[in-house]
Design a protein around this ligand. Structure first.
Ligand code: SAM
Length: 250
């Protein structure tokens, strides 16, 4: 937890919050903070800044907050992800959130186990928990949106075109002949397949919709590693990438 992420109901005065539970344990046990220390803090979907610990014990922490800065810019990338196995989903949602993705579409595909859709990890509050962990990790406050689309064909035929809009459309496919683009991109919609990969029919449907199949090379990566590698590599080409927008003049 690199950022103390605050909710509106933490506020006991306009500039004062009271924290209990998991975040308090982190302040006490991991940070070993004490009264008078300053922590990085941010309001969910709001600004970031710092929080001064006014009082701290095992039950409660009171902090004075001063939130004046904007959170990091979002990544202009829509992630279309074939629903991974539930245990991996948690880590992937955290990773995608910490990478700055704000739109995540979990989709069905031929090789997605139907039973995955019954997983308790897909309940709204469970998904929310993972997104919060990703935001705390990356010192961000803007909560991503996660959408569920259990059926591939109606998703691709009825919804995907509007979701992708005028973004560059890519589908990650290990056997594709093309590599990742190296030119600058304004925005991107990236589809990543399930553990067994997309079947040829699915690649064909995506291609019909303007998606180009691209490969990272002959190594087959797990979905988790593929998401992180593809997004990190492509983020560098995105105009919204914070490393570029915050460059200092020479
Ligand atoms: N046997 C499957 C196949 O050949 O498609 C492997 C699927 S891989 C475990 C899961 C997903 O990660 C793939 O569908 C793809 O979207 C992405 N992926 C993994 N390795 C990749 C690579 N080298 N290049 C592009 N995408 C990759």
């Amino acid at each position: 937890m690199n950022l103390l992420l605050l909710r509106p109901d933490d506020f006991i005065k306009p500039s004062q919050v009271q924290i209990r539970g998991r975040r308090l344990r982190h302040i006490n046990k991991t940070l070993k903070a004490k009264t008078g220390d300053f922590l990085k803090a941010g309001l969910l979907n709001g600004k970031i800044g710092r929080a001064e610990i006014l009082c701290l014990n095992q039950e409660v922490a009171d902090l004075r907050v001063d939130l004046t800065e904007q959170p990091p810019p979002p990544l202009a990338l829509n992630l279309i992800l074939a629903l991974p196995r539930p245990k991996m989903l948690r880590r992937i949602l955290q990773a995608a959130t910490s990478l700055g993705i704000k739109q995540i579409h979990l989709i069905g595909s031929w090789r997605v186990e139907k039973s995955y859709w019954q997983s308790p990890f897909l309940e709204a509050d469970k998904i929310h928990q993972q997104l919060i962990l990703g935001l705390e990790q990356a010192m961000d406050t803007q909560l991503p949106e996660v959408h569920l689309h259990p059926y591939f064909k109606p998703f691709v035929e009825d919804k995907l075109d509007a979701i992708a809009g005028d973004t560059t459309r890519l589908v990650a496919h290990p056997v594709a002949a093309a590599s990742l683009p190296t030119t600058q991109l304004a925005s991107l919609t990236l589809a990543i397949g399930p553990e067994g990969g997309f079947i040829p029919y699915e690649i064909e449907k995506l291609t019909e919709l303007g998606f180009s199949a691209v490969s990272l090379g002959p190594r087959i990566l797990t979905v988790e590693v593929a998401v992180s590698s593809l997004v990190s590599r492509l983020a560098y080409n995105l105009e919204s990438d914070s490393r570029k927008t915050h460059n200092c003049a020479p």
